[in-house]
Design a protein around this ligand. Structure first.
Ligand SMILES: [Zn+2]
Length: 266
């Protein structure tokens, strides 16, 4: 790969609020007595639930792929990662050059036309105080009983689902977009901001984690901020006041112009 120069990074930050109960699955407790069938993933240090950055990024990617109408059965444009997950991947350089999804969310590094993945999404940790007064069965979670119906016998099989209750707040999420000059002076690089904001909107309108079709996993991005870092200097966009995602999407052209101005070398 020819000269790649980092122009700077764009930070999209804020808090995530669980509007409905949130189930992001962890490893089952197995045969432990009192173990749950469907536990949530927890931070091994604090035992509190958290949202893995990979879950956020993965869902934003799959919704972006779907919104662009990629065909999951097109084997030229899909790649299996892990057991049951297939992602869209542009294998042809010409298609890749036109594809915001692959440029932002990344493609396997062994493909010759791969440029650095632009997007980093960090893990987000629960603020247990946001659940003060909420009903919980375990540490920061509730247990919901669901009847799944056996398709053959029609018998109702009860199962337990552990969820972080509605109203929980996961503060200080960090979505970091790197901007590179790949030889063209950073041409088109700042338009990736719109791809990311759109993916966040798709996620708000869909769900995160399991049981989305049954109402779990509705989240909202709140108290949002945008900043850019050029070298050691961090510059905030539009003052300290927290913004809504819809405000940022409404101002996206202004934000793209501001970031371009801030990060383009003079
Ligand atoms: Zn692509």
């Amino acid at each position: 790969m020819a000269n790649i120069k980092l122009l700077g990074r764009i930070f999209i930050e804020g808090d995530i609020k669980a509007v409905t109960g949130l189930h992001i699955g962890g490893a089952p407790a197995g045969l432990n007595i009192g173990g749950l069938d469907n536990p949530v993933i927890r931070d091994p240090k604090t035992r509190q639930p958290f949202i893995p950055g990979s879950s956020l990024k993965g869902k934003m990617r799959s919704l972006s792929e779907r919104a662009r109408g990629f065909d999951p059965d097109d084997r030229q444009q899909t790649q299996s990662i892990g057991r049951d997950v297939r992602i869209h991947v542009c294998r042809e350089p010409a298609a890749y050059a036109e594809c915001n999804v692959c440029q932002v969310f990344g493609i396997p590094g062994e493909l010759d036309h791969a440029t650095p993945t632009r997007l980093t999404v960090r893990d987000v940790f629960l603020d247990p105080e946001s659940l003060e007064g909420a009903h919980t069965d375990f540490l920061s979670t509730e247990v919901k009983w669901e009847a799944s119906i056996d398709r053959i016998t029609s018998a109702a099989v009860p199962r337990q689902i552990e969820r972080v209750p509605a109203g929980a707040v996961f503060p200080d999420f960090e979505i970091i977009l790197s901007a590179y000059d790949l030889g063209g002076g950073g041409q088109g690089e700042f338009d990736h901001i719109e791809t990311v904001l759109t993916a966040m909107q798709l996620l708000e309108d869909d769900s995160l984690g399991g049981l989305g079709s049954r109402g779990s996993g509705k989240i909202q991005f709140i108290e949002m901020r945008v900043a850019a870092r050029r070298g050691a200097e961090r510059i905030e966009y539009g003052g300290d006041e927290g913004k809504k995602l819809s405000d940022l999407i409404g101002a996206r052209d202004e934000i793209v112009a501001w970031v371009r101005d801030t990060l383009t070398p003079r």
